[in-house]
Design a protein around this ligand. Structure first.
Ligand SMILES: Nc1ncnc2c1ncn2[C@@H]1O[C@H](COP(=O)(O)OP(=O)(O)OP(=O)(O)O)[C@@H](O)[C@H]1O
Ligand SMILES: [Mg+2]
Length: 335
């Protein structure tokens, strides 16, 4: 359900340009094609230095790869940026990105709070918690005035990462909050004190645009939109953009799009590259240069209840999230 009522059902991504296939290069008749590969001419003499131009390296999004500096350590923590991980489509990598971006930022010395704001509780499970053993959750923090932030925050096995856990109880909050005063600001209110303690707070949203997600967007300074690199993933993006715009206009003028992240990318397929091209056409420089490739290591690490950065520390998936962390730091945390 869209918290802002009916109207747009998300099936028409109006600002998405139509998919235009690049025409195939003209084929030479078979008898004109060279039978042997043409040998590459070897140049014995080095090219003159003046003619050598710096080679432009294109990243997986088709744009020049930027220079991402090594993050510098920080001495004082606090003044956190709150970032909501948001897409109403399910299974696009919101929770995976919350865990692994959080863990990577912590590797770079940032103090991180992860907020599980999905009644499915996947973030809590993905960090090794048993949902039935959670005594106090985000639900209690939202609904009970005498519950304090420090009663609910738990530390995790990942150094530098704390968690506000959730379980199915949170689904009741969506109904109960409707009757509250300033119902859209409930999460912002309870996170206020955490801003002084942490450098970054990542909120893992549920796959819907209901009241919980609007709460997350109202509490946030920025939003990251993970998008599966698959054609159907582009449907509904207009609705999400519309919701972000409405929250900015009506509830939270400081809300920015911190970035759009292509996930489950398979660079070997033309399809994935076309979807990436359309993402860049629609969102421009909001699209992160980093993309997350498809690998089963992510499911394996979820089962193990830890981030990929510790489960398979040297894997390309772990490296991708470290690179994303660098990009997030350059774009919106250290800026
Ligand atoms: N890059 C990836 N490659 C392969 N599998 C992935 C990748 N990212 C996530 N997954 C897997 O896809 C599934 C869905 O991912 P995840 O739970 O992060 O999505 P979500 O958007 O949080 O889903 P939901 O909307 O249900 O909360 C999980 O099993 C996860 O392990
Ligand atoms: Mg999730």
């Amino acid at each position: 359900m869209n918290h802002f009522g009916p109207g747009n059902h998300g099936s028409s991504a109006t600002e998405m340009p139509p998919l235009v296939r690049t025409p195939a290069p003209p084929q030479r008749p078979v008898d004109e094609q060279p039978a042997e590969p043409i040998p590459f001419p070897r140049r014995e003499e080095p090219a003159p230095a003046a003619a050598a131009e710096p080679e432009v390296v294109l990243g997986p999004t088709g744009r020049p790869w930027p220079d991402l500096p090594e993050p510098r350590p920080i001495g004082i923590h606090g003044n956190a940026r709150v970032i909501a991980m948001c897409n109403q489509k399910g299974g696009v990598g919101k929770t995976t990105t919350t865990i692994n971006l959080g863990a990577s930022l912590a590797e770079y010395g940032r103090k991180v709070l992860l907020v599980d704001f999905d009644p499915q509780g996947s973030l809590s499970v993905g960090l090794g918690m048993n949902p039935h053993e959670i005594q106090l959750s985000v639900y209690n923090l939202l609904m009970e005035r005498d519950v304090r932030l420090e009663d609910v925050i738990v530390s995790t096995d990942v150094p530098g990462v704390d968690l506000l856990p959730s379980n199915i109880d949170l689904s009741a909050a969506e109904v109960q909050l409707v009757h509250e005063v300033a119902r859209e600001q409930s999460l912002a209110r309870v996170l206020q004190d955490a801003r002084n303690e942490y450098d970054v707070i990542l909120i893992d949203c549920q796959p819907s645009l209901g009241l919980l997600t609007v709460n997350a967007l109202t509490a946030a300074d920025g939003v990251i939109v993970p998008l599966e690199c698959e054609y159907f993933a582009l449907r509904g993006v207009a609705l999400l953009k519309g919701t972000i715009d409405k929250v900015r206009e009506r509830l939270n003028p400081r809300l920015q799009v911190d970035g759009v992240l292509g996930t489950m990318f398979d660079g070997r397929t033309l399809h994935a590259r076309e979807v990436m091209q359309r993402l860049v056409e629609a969102w421009g420089d909001d699209v992160f240069h980093t993309v997350i490739r498809r690998t089963v290591k992510f499911s394996d690490s979820t089962v193990a209840g830890e981030p990929i950065t510790s489960y398979a520390s040297d894997s390309p998936g772990a490296e991708a999230y470290r690179t994303l962390a660098k990009e997030v730091l350059v774009r919106c945390l250290d800026a």
